[in-house]
Unconditional design. Structure first.
Length: 181
């Protein structure tokens, strides 16, 4: 018969196993998202992974943001202009919902901001992208250790190369880059 101590250890082990599985799914989903940008064959796999991740409170907002970005990517890959527009609008609404659920999640903010950054002007989301990137800059110094180092490196590089920064933001980015080394 199992003692309470053994049951407790078993529950902890199961919790760690589930968490590691979720982290593995996040990495897979992230990879599928980036592949989906150029190849629509990866869209459904990515959507399935993030649909399962959104049921975990630790990943809900981030997963919903990815679902929105993948839905918007359906618009990129659609043939008919009306379908392109409809998928993109639907994806933007889903991404906004993801950010509402996790307003300080750096990865969700980055996916949202990057998606808006690349949208055509008539979606009127360039200001939204700028706001997300500015928020990332303010959050990164205190939360950098909570995220995958490779992801953080890519976020910093993207912002440094593509976003108009004020002096204070450039200083923060420079410090973050120096701390990477």
């Amino acid at each position: 018969m199992l003692s309470l101590k053994h049951i407790y250890i078993l529950l902890i082990f199961c919790g760690i196993s589930v968490k590691n599985s979720m982290s593995t799914d996040l990495v897979k989903g992230r990879d599928l998202f980036y592949k989906s940008i150029e190849d629509k064959r990866y869209l459904m796999q990515g959507l399935l992974i993030f649909e399962s991740l959104k049921n975990n409170p630790d990943f809900e907002g981030r997963a919903v943001t990815y679902i929105g970005a993948l839905t918007a990517l359906k618009g990129k890959h659609a043939f008919w202009p009306m379908h392109k527009y409809q998928y993109t609008q639907k994806g933007l609404a889903i991404m906004d919902e993801g950010i509402e659920k996790s307003p300080d999640d750096i990865e969700a903010l980055f996916i949202h901001g990057m998606t808006c950054f690349y949208l055509p002007f008539f979606f009127h989301r360039s200001q939204d992208a700028q706001e997300k990137f500015k928020k990332i800059i303010t959050l990164l110094p205190d939360h950098v250790h909570n995220y995958d180092p490779e992801l953080v490196k890519n976020v910093i590089q993207f912002i440094k190369e593509n976003i108009q920064l004020d002096e204070e933001s450039r200083k923060i980015i420079k410090e973050l880059i120096n701390n990477e080394k």
